[in-house]
Ligand binder design. Structure first.
Ligand code: MN
Ligand code: MN
Length: 293
C-alpha cells in the first residue's frame, strides 16, 4: 500500500464510498440479528433492502457526494450557491431516499435562498459527513482548506458541532491517507477528535450504528482500524446493520484511500452500477487538479 500514486488512492476512495453504500444498502435499518438470520454474513452486493435496490445500485450517500464533486469541478472550488443548486436539482429528480435533515436544508435553499442554516440541536445526523469525500480529494495538498470546506459544505444541510467535527476529521484523514501517510496518522487524527469530543470514543466499540453521526463514525472507525483489508473492513461495518450504507460509505472511502484500487474485490467492482463507476472515474481526476489552484 505504500508508494501508490494519489490518483489510485483517490479513485479507490470514491469507488470505495460507492461500494460501501451499495453493499450496506441491502441491510440498512436491520439489526445484527436480522442480518445474521437472512444473510449469515453479508459479503456480496446483492441489492434489495428496504429500498428494493437492483444489485449495484447506490443511494443518497453516493448521489450527494457526486453532487458535491460536480459542483466543486464546475466552480473550480466551493461555491455554496452552486452546491445548493446541485442539491436542489438532485432533490427535484425524485431520488429513492433523502435524509430528513438534508431534505429540510435543500428546501430552505429552494424556498428562501439560504445556503446555510442556524446551529440546530437536531442536526447531529450523518448526512453531511457521508458526502465529505470530494472536498478531501479537491484539497489533497491542503489539509487546512479541506477542513474548512468540509464544514462549509456541511452547513448547507447540517449545522451542529459534532457533525462539523466529524466532517473536518474525515477530510483531514483522507488528505493524509491520499498522501500515503498511512493508518497510524489516520489514528492520530481520530484520537484528536476523541480528545476534543470524548463521545466519539470508538474503543471498545459500542455496537451502535444509527444515523447519529457519533454512532456512524464509531462504526466506520471500528471497522477501519480493527481490520487490515478493504474487504474485511467493509464486511465488518455493514454487518453491524443500522445505517449500514452510510457507515459503509465512510469506511469505504477511508479503506479505499488506504489500500488502493487493487485491494478492492473484483466482484464488488463488477457489481457496482456501471454509470456510477463511469461518473466517478470522470470526476476524480478533475477533483484532484482543484488542489493545484
Ligand atoms: Mn443511503
Ligand atoms: Mn444511510
Amino acid at each position: 500500500m505504500t508508494g501508490l500514486p494519489v490518483e489510485d488512492r483517490a479513485l479507490a476512495a470514491f469507488l470505495g464510498l460507492a461500494i460501501g453504500d451499495a453493499l450496506g444498502a441491502t441491510v440498512e435499518f436491520m439489526t445484527r440479528r436480522e442480518i445474521a438470520a437472512e444473510h449469515g454474513v453479508l459479503r456480496d452486493i446483492v441489492g434489495g433492502g428496504w429500498l428494493h435496490l437492483k444489485a449495484g445500485a447506490v443511494t443518497d450517500d453516493t448521489a450527494m457526494a457526486i453532487a458535491l464533486g460536480n459542483s466543486l469541478v464546475r466552480r473550480n472550488g466551493l461555491d455554496l450557491t452552486d452546491l445548493c443548486e446541485e442539491f436542489a436539482t438532485w432533490l427535484r429528480s425524485g431520488p429513492l431516499d433523502v435524509g430528513n435533515t438534508c431534505r429540510r436544508g435543500i428546501r430552505r435553499y429552494i424556498q428562501r435562498g439560504l445556503v446555510t442554516g442556524q446551529v440546530n440541536e437536531g442536526d447531529a445526523g450523518n448526512g453531511a459527513a457521508m458526502r465529505f469525500l470530494p472536498v478531501a480529494i479537491a484539497n489533497h495538498r491542503n489539509a487546512e482548506r479541506a477542513r474548512h470546506w468540509a464544514v462549509e459544505q456541511a452547513h448547507t444541510t447540517h449545522n451542529h458541532p459534532l457533525s462539523d467535527a466529524a466532517c473536518e476529521t474525515l477530510a483531514a484523514m483522507v488528505v493524509a491517507l491520499l498522501a500515503g501517510d498511512g493508518k497510524a496518522v489516520a489514528m492520530e487524527l481520530a484520537e484528536q477528535l476523541v480528545g476534543r469530543y470524548p463521545t466519539f470514543r470508538f474503543v471498545p466499540y459500542s455496537g451502535m450504528s444509527s444515523a447519529y453521526v457519533v454512532d456512524t463514525l464509531q462504526t466506520a472507525f471500528d471497522g477501519y482500524f480493527s481490520t487490515a483489508s478493504f474487504e474485511d473492513c467493509l464486511i465488518r461495518v455493514v454487518n453491524q446493520g443500522g445505517d449500514a450504507d452510510t457507515a459503509g460509505a465512510i469506511a469505504g472511502a477511508l479503506a479505499g484511500a488506504t489500500y488502493g484500487l487493487n485491494a478492492i474485490p473484483k466482484r464488488w467492482l463488477k457489481a457496482l452500477d456501471r454509470e456510477t463507476v463511469a461518473t466517478i472515474r470522470a470526476l476524480v481526476p478533475r477533483l484532484l487538479v482543484i488542489s493545484d489552484h
